[in-house]
Design a protein around this ligand. Sequence first.
Ligand code: GLA
Length: 659
Amino acid sequence: MHRYPVLPEGIAYGGDYNPEQWPEETWHEDVRLMREAGVNLVSLGVFAWGLLEPAEGVYDFAWLDRVLDLLQENGIKVNLATPTASPPPWFRRAHPGARLVDQQGRVVSGGSRHGFCPSSPEYARAAARITERLAERYATHPAVVMWHVHNEYGWANAACYCEVSQEHFRRWLRERYGTLEALNAAWGTTFWGLRHGAWDEIEAPRNPAPGLIPALQLDFQRFCVEAHIELFRAEREVIRRFSDLPVTTNFMIANCKPMDYWRWAAEVDVVSNDHYLQAERPGNHIELAMCADLTRSVAGGSPWMLMEHSTGAVNWQPRNLAKRPGEMRRNSLAHVARGSDSVLFFQWRASRFGAEKFHSAMVPHAGPDSRLWREVVALGRDVRRLAGVRGGRVAAEVAILWDWESWWALELDWRPSVDLDFRERVEAYYEALWREHVTVDFAHPGADLSRYKLVVAPSAYLLTQEAGKNLRRHVESGGHLLVSYFSGIADEHDTIHPGPYPGALRDVLGLTVEEFHPLAERASVPVSGGLTGRVWSERVRPAGARAVRTFEGGPDAGHPAVTQHDLGEGVAWYVATAPGDLRGLLAEVLDAAGVDRPRGLPDTLELVRRGRHLFLINHGEEPVTVEGVTGVALLDGRACDGSVTVPGGDVVVVAAPDR
Ligand code: GLA
């Protein structure tokens, strides 16, 4: 179920507010500045457990009462957090059994957040208690419009390796498999004679030896996701006893490998995400777009919330580059273009102390007489002008398959090459599509794909037979499918599908792969049509498919590198290497699939349609004129009559006329 927060205005604008770090006089300056910037929503109390419950069972809500009243008086709404991501030091001392244990079996020290074991019943009880107190006290406070449960589940404690967690893992396995026979069969334990004869012979992968049972590792990852989801559900159910307001928890989509957000999305009323730019990375705005599209996709296409991003530098990258003038605006509006109904930051006011004091904020250490503050105020104005964008949906004709389980499986140890990298392949295809101005959704391999003209599977190593059939149905009914190498190889237990590779995709691709020939580090092979292949080569044997590109060197010289297979009404393509330049090949596939896209625009222009709004974000320095655009440019009120020019670094949002 996806419900929306009841916000006073269109797009939510604001961020994490931590008034507990400041004297009360500052709160008054805060609300004055919030009004100046047009802030209408703050996340409150995210890390305030130790202040709300200074000793076990002793509460102090007086300060939070005053903050909530002050915000309400100033028309600022609140996304009220449960503070359970940072248990107070007293909790640690009173419950040593609830401390997080790392993979080497060491207790993680205190003095930071997230240092608890996700399987600890003591932690679950304490979290439920503070949540109950907050929910009963504030459920009907007029400022509160939604609930922010916890913060970034799994940020530092995705897995715990203590005895309690190990026991929990065994219980979870019992429920999943029922019998040891079923577990042994699924895990393939005849290999090395690792048959388990009793549940308590099973160990979590603490301090793992090389060659640990792959299926055990995958199940442990699945278990860890469920352990965190159980905690979330428990808090959500406590809140539900007092409040019907939407409940969310902030994801770290694409940047938290251990958390399977397809599973998480089913649990929240509204999907929300935190995104931080990889400051030093060229083209980092493309990674941002990918994360936004993935967030929208896990939300089932519904609008979502950008819960955190940064006004400038973060504090945790090797070199924390500040955003250039205009960059924050482009970043924020790109999220909105791709489905976010909010522009929220970590955090409102830069901290003076603590671990994150060099992290940017809406109010920097320099105070309001600063470029950054002026940009924050200007962005607030932009956001108000985009009120009508809220609720709009983004339509995509192309989907990329994304599966956390396949990511885990691909990158377990002892694969044919260490250069097999899930994100690298997905990002390569995503970037080529972005540069072709094609908006994409992400899809789980088992999802309904019928609305897509083209489905791309850049790295689908783990693919069940059912998912393979799903892809086959997609092609037979007229869709195009583009699959990259080392896909469709193994099932959910990391067992290779029977018969020649790629077992889950042989029929749909019309080929088999006889042998893998991973390339040496930095080696490449020539491919016909002027392409260069990296990372991978393999011996493809067509069985219905035809070669459209051929390896011209290396171990598979003279054999197919790219194939095409007509099946039913559609076509399945296969790419048996990592082409250095994907764009030409992709353009060919997009044309064949009939994917509509603008032509002749520079690949630094981001172009996305959301509802009746066209977002044009110019990441280049030169102005770009786009023809065929009519409507009103909302950010400056200009009328566009057949074309629009977007100055370098600028953003234009055109509302098409009402029909
Ligand atoms: C995460 C957390 C925030 C803060 C920021 C800093 O997103 O949720 O509390 O630590 O990172 O970038």
